[in-house]
Design a protein around this ligand. Sequence first.
Ligand SMILES: Nc1ncnc2c1ncn2[C@@H]1O[C@H](COP(=O)(O)OP(=O)(O)OP(=O)(O)O)[C@@H](O)[C@H]1O
Ligand SMILES: [Mg+2]
Length: 165
Amino acid sequence: MTQYRLRADSAQATQEFGRHLASLLFPGAVVLLSGDLGAGKTALTQGIGAGLGVSEPITSPTFTIVQEYASGRLPLIHADLYRIGDPSELAELGFEEYFERGGVVVIEWPDQLGELRPPEYLELRLDYLGPAERRITVAAHGSAYARLAEELVGGGPLPVESTSI
Ligand SMILES: Nc1ncnc2c1ncn2[C@@H]1O[C@H](COP(=O)(O)OP(=O)(O)OP(=O)(O)O)[C@@H](O)[C@H]1O
Ligand SMILES: [Mg+2]
């Protein structure tokens, strides 16, 4: 699995990266966003929303777990699983159904998915480097996402720090 390490030197740069990612997303695409509190997962999601043409403001869905935005090129489903106590709660909520909507599913705190983690997805990890600097590690799971990752990194706005295979 190829991993790419990128660097974003501002929240705007991260959002610009999200916009570019949005242009490559397809119906049913899954993007898992990991990283600590305040790493920039929601900021990146705001960029994805802007790129899809979502007109509503994208806020942190922490208290609702899932927020859906229908005004863009594809439906955007934004989930924040931080407050889920146990992955079994997600199954009870019928969370799997969100993967079948033909939208783009963006999930913060994806370790909470447990067995609901789909077989193929794009994984982005954000790491804090400094007040405005973040490392974004891109990893593709599945061939469709491998192609997407190549375009995302090669034709994208962020400098590539390293590529490892
Ligand atoms: N390069 C950067 N990329 C992303 N966000 C940045 C960057 N530099 C500064 N920031 C700031 O860091 C904060 C990131 O907050 P955000 O809510 O996106 O984090 P999060 O990862 O979603 O956290 P949580 O786990 O609490 O949901 C914002 O205030 C944003 O402006
Ligand atoms: Mg967030």
